[in-house]
Design a protein around this ligand. Sequence first.
Ligand code: TYM
Length: 333
Amino acid sequence: MDRIVSGIRPTGNLHLGNYFGAVKSFLRLQEEHDCFFFIADYHSLTTHPSPDDLAGSVKNVLVEYLACGLDPEKAVIYLQSDVPQVAELYLLLNMNAYMGELQRVASFKEKARKQPDNVNAGLLTYPVLMAADILLHKAGKVPVGKDQEQHLEMTRNFAKRFNHIYKTNFFPEPVAYNFGHQLVKVPGLDGTGKMGKSENNNNAIFLGEDLKKTRKKIMRALTDAGPTRENQEKPQEIKNLFNLMSIVSPQPVVAAFEEQYNQCTIRYGEMKKRLAEDVITFIEPIYEKIHTLHNNNQYLEDVMKEGARKARESAQQTIEEVREITGFKKFPR
Ligand code: TYM
């Protein structure tokens, strides 16, 4: 049985990128492994959310985790800030994380470019906090999307370094993991990069949003004027649309549109209509559960309490050993 850890930042609602990049693997893994899935509220502070926005997003992510099928009977579902041991491990790991390597991380450089007025130390040490989340439960596998690959590489470096410095093999070297084997990058609807919640809202398809809105967004997804030569290479926005379709639609449907593209007979309106139908068929049951769970505050509170208890227990065991290894010995010495 493997130890699994993963988390999602509460910065709004979950979208299809989160689902197919991470949550889908969580669902499979919880069936047979020792799983810890958390809501990364400390991480979300790098963008300075208001207290109300933060609290609201934490509830959304919890509700959406549960609506997707994460099961508190099978996995430990918890809030990162309910487990203070993570802050201690973060502090200790920071002592062996170097400025140069942190400054070279792609996500740091991108954030520094996007929010030049808020290049805070939390952004710089973001991969250290992530490593603390993972190593706190000594996880071997971390179900995440493609964008987190470099962070996992850093986690392995921090684990190896700790082991080397203290001449131990205490920490495992965890790997980014997807049940479908290759890490996934779900594209957004605006024809550029990945689906993301920090981009504009028309780029992402959210699990909890009004289904009419979802349909509209998909119908408005960027397309070009259409192919003019047989078997023509697809421009990026069309590749994205096919990519999205291959994630949610049955394979023969995708193949039929591919064929139409190659024959220059494709009508993007038809393709988007079919994509919208398949997305809605997929989201609808989750959407309905989200709206039922939102009113069930007592249940949500119970899930968080139980998750915090179990996560703290596992974290405390690790932190005590780390303290011992580091030289914070108990009295008498
Ligand atoms: P976050 O909150 O940005 O995203 C949560 C998860 O969703 C995946 N994801 C995607 N996968 C495929 N295509 C997309 N378009 C897409 N958008 C998002 C992400 O890869 C991620 O798996 N740093 C993490 C949260 C975190 C964490 C951790 C994860 C904190 N500590 C420890 C694993 C282990 C983050 O910002 O994810």
